[in-house]
Design a protein around this ligand. Sequence first.
Ligand SMILES: NC(=O)c1ccc[n+]([C@@H]2O[C@H](COP(=O)([O-])OP(=O)(O)OC[C@H]3O[C@@H](n4cnc5c(N)ncnc54)[C@H](OP(=O)(O)O)[C@@H]3O)[C@@H](O)[C@H]2O)c1
Length: 347
Amino acid sequence: VKENRRILLQRRPHGLPVAADFAIASEAIPDPQDERILVRNLYCSLTPAMRRWMDECSYAELIPLGGPIRCVCVSRVVESRDNAYRPGEYLMVMGAVKEYSTVRANPWTMKIEPEDGVPLSRHLSLFGLNPMTAYFGLLEIGRPRPGETVLVSGAAGSVGSLAGQIARMKGCRTVGVVGGAQKCTRLVEEFSFDAAVDYRGRNLDELTGDICAACPDGVDVYFDNVGGVVLDAALAAINPGARLVECGMISQYNASERIAGPSNIWQIIAKAATMQGFLGRQYLERFPEAMIDLKKWAAEGRIHAREHIAVGVENFYTAFMRLFDGSNDSKLMLQVAAPTGLVGSAK
Ligand SMILES: NC(=O)c1ccc[n+]([C@@H]2O[C@H](COP(=O)([O-])OP(=O)(O)OC[C@H]3O[C@@H](n4cnc5c(N)ncnc54)[C@H](OP(=O)(O)O)[C@@H]3O)[C@@H](O)[C@H]2O)c1
């Protein structure tokens, strides 16, 4: 009988996580209890929010010490006591970084219809929670109008690159803020941004100057993935009536000391702007409507996503840290089982 290898939270990270904060453990593959579904996890989505779940209890349940690392997975049903799900079906589930999970059907349990020529990983990179977050955050909260300027931070990443591509499609001038010259080039050449700004090594005044130069007509929508000094600089460039879409604050997730607030927050008043936070999961019931658009745009070649797929549960830590050291420029995921060769019993 195969073992179920999984990653556990060994201790709460202080600042940047270290390898010893996590442990790899093995257990017998669980039997699905009443109404539960046993799934083989294929791809685990690695996202910055998981860092928050390790030591900050706000919108999502804190991961208990010794507990598995929660994440969204693309999985295949192995055994089911729930009549609505059959072995062999593919699902998106709220699971964990482990080879097998038992899940009870809930609003997160969504069936995936595999399509010829569409790798299953696309259900995280192009049709998963991050793309839904980019879609609803930009369109519902940012409400971009043709001709406006949309500034996106974390713009080469999973959420940011899609927010930028959708904004461009809506007829906006699109400017991205990223770390490093290579990502700047990629934004313009691969993701069709009109301009890119490199925040690395720039202080607030320098970054403000760079953003103002890249956005000569000011910023109408700021899609914020990072918070910190980039948010402060963006505030200095906003137009009257601007919408600030607060999606993430990755610059603060590993802070071990109290964080200073943005010094330019006054601009929200001066420009009668709105600043609104949101969670992609608020729109869970409306995911099917976004899926229609995302699939159409992807089929037309109007949006695309990079993927970085690390392989093996044991490589969780090294892969996860890519989110925080600037090396990630893709939808990051961990492949814990190959999507092929799984037909029939997976046990
Ligand atoms: N509200 C929601 O429901 C929701 C859902 C999903 C994600 N999010 C948020 O969206 C943001 C992006 O998530 P993602 O999954 O798409 O990750 P990602 O952008 O693919 O990867 C993270 C990127 O953030 C940048 N970064 C890391 N540390 C930084 C720092 N100290 N200052 C500035 N930038 C830094 C890095 O790019 P550079 O090299 O360019 O710095 C890194 O590649 C995160 O803040 C996440 O929490 C929110």
